[in-house]
Design a protein around this ligand. Structure first.
Ligand SMILES: NC(=O)c1ccc[n+]([C@@H]2O[C@H](COP(=O)([O-])OP(=O)(O)OC[C@H]3O[C@@H](n4cnc5c(N)ncnc54)[C@H](O)[C@@H]3O)[C@@H](O)[C@H]2O)c1
Length: 347
């Protein structure tokens, strides 16, 4: 993610990249090659101590995030951070408390909120084209990050990736989670469920159904995925699907029927970085930037639903030998889903 932010910030021309910090020497070497004008450091304290630095981007892993956010607040830097904002729910809420009264910008990357397809569908719903919003169904299944491959502090797939869907469903509902029932599967006999489906209600009566799993045909000859959002109102529906290159939104409202096909847009870092740059320049926080609180809520419910799945007859199917075959295949894949980037050194 750090590489993607650096590239996007550099491309936009709105940021001066003064420092890049990584504890990994190979990443530092790559940074030196790509950003010869920046100071490359292995201790982030150098950055917090430099008064000429206005903003920091915190894109390492969840375990180091709370300490980095605390130091950034102490040094009065604007903060752009990846999710989750900490590795435990308690620490996440400490960070929310710390940053809510903060007089600098602090925002977190809940990237789906910046996606054109979700913005389009939300506007259509707000225009009343669906009648009353009733049912939100979201599914994201890919042959992506396998257990044990990384992101251990971010938790199982339903937390690491699933918290985005928990957040965006809550964003559509405009209400807080009220009740739930989660079913998981310990695919390949791995200790944690790597597929979870949770359904339930919000305080306002809207119901949700969220399915997330990186268990989708990892050893199939030709891999595929299934990813959609399907929203049902009392009178109309709106839905989208994508193939990671193109997203298709289908609007079936009471006065309008439309099919919109546009480039998928990836992680929408251009939008987030521009919102942050606008906010810093104007001194007024753009309300479209996701808040630390949104991330803490999504993360907390992802953990809660995972815990619920553990108590609902959590079966195990398959064996660890299959998981080893998957890891071996992914180690050698050059094209595919959620591949681990081989460490480039820039030489
Ligand atoms: N919003 C999204 O859609 C999205 C997508 C992918 C990842 N993420 C989040 O972004 C974060 C990074 O994910 P990634 O896939 O880039 O991980 P990664 O493992 O590829 O990269 C993390 C980098 O941080 C460095 N690092 C670790 N601890 C450090 C520390 N204390 N100080 C300095 N450098 C340190 C590592 O050496 C590594 O280069 C994760 O928290 C993940 O949850 C978010």
């Amino acid at each position: 993610m750090g590489q993607m932010y650096a590239a996007e910030m550099q491309r936009s021309g709105r940021w001066d990249i003064a420092y890049i910090c990584d504890t990994d020497p190979a990443s530092c070497q790559l940074a030196r090659t790509l950003y010869p004008f920046a100071r490359i450091v292995q201790d982030a304290q150098d950055i917090f101590d430099d008064d000429s630095v206005q903003a920091v981007g915190l894109f390492t892993l969840a375990n180091s995030r709370p300490e980095q956010i605390e130091k950034a607040v102490k040094a009065r830097k604007h903060i752009l951070t990846e999710k989750p904002i900490a590795d435990t729910v308690e620490r996440e809420w400490e960070i929310v408390k710390l940053t809510e009264g903060y007089d600098r910008m602090a925002a977190v990357n809940l990237y789906l909120r910046n996606a054109w397809y979700h913005q389009t569908m939300k506007q259509f719903i707000d225009e009343g084209e669906l009648g009353e919003l009733a049912i939100i169904r979201i599914c994201h299944m890919t042959p992506g990050l396998a257990p044990g491959e990384g992101h251990e502090y971010e938790g199982p797939a339903f937390h690491d990736c699933g918290m985005h869907y928990i957040d965006i469903a809550r964003w559509y509902a405009g209400s807080e989670y009220k009740s739930w029932h989660a079913q998981g599967m310990r695919m390949w006999n791995y200790k944690d469920p790597w597929w979870v489906q949770c359904h339930g209600t919000y305080e306002n009566g809207i119901v949700f159904d969220i399915t997330q799993g990186f268990v989708y045909g990892q050893l199939s000859q030709k891999q595929t995925h299934n990813s959609y959002t399907d929203i049902i109102g009392t009178k109309g529906i709106v839905r989208m699907t994508h193939d990671f290159r193109t997203a298709v939104v289908e609007l079936h409202g009471i006065t309008r029927t439309e099919r919109i096909e546009r480039p998928f847009g990836g992680k929408n870092l251009d939008t987030l970085c521009n919102l942050m740059a606008d906010s810093i320049e104007s001194g007024i926080r753009n309300p479209r930037m996701p808040q630390m609180r949104d991330s803490a809520i999504a993360s907390q419910y992802a953990w809660t639903f995972l815990e619920d799945a553990r108590h609902n007859n959590l079966p195990a199917i398959g064996d660890l030998q299959t998981l080893e075959e998957i890891r071996e295949r992914r180690r050698n894949m050059t094209e595919g889903y959620g591949l681990l980037r081989p460490k480039r050194t820039g030489v």
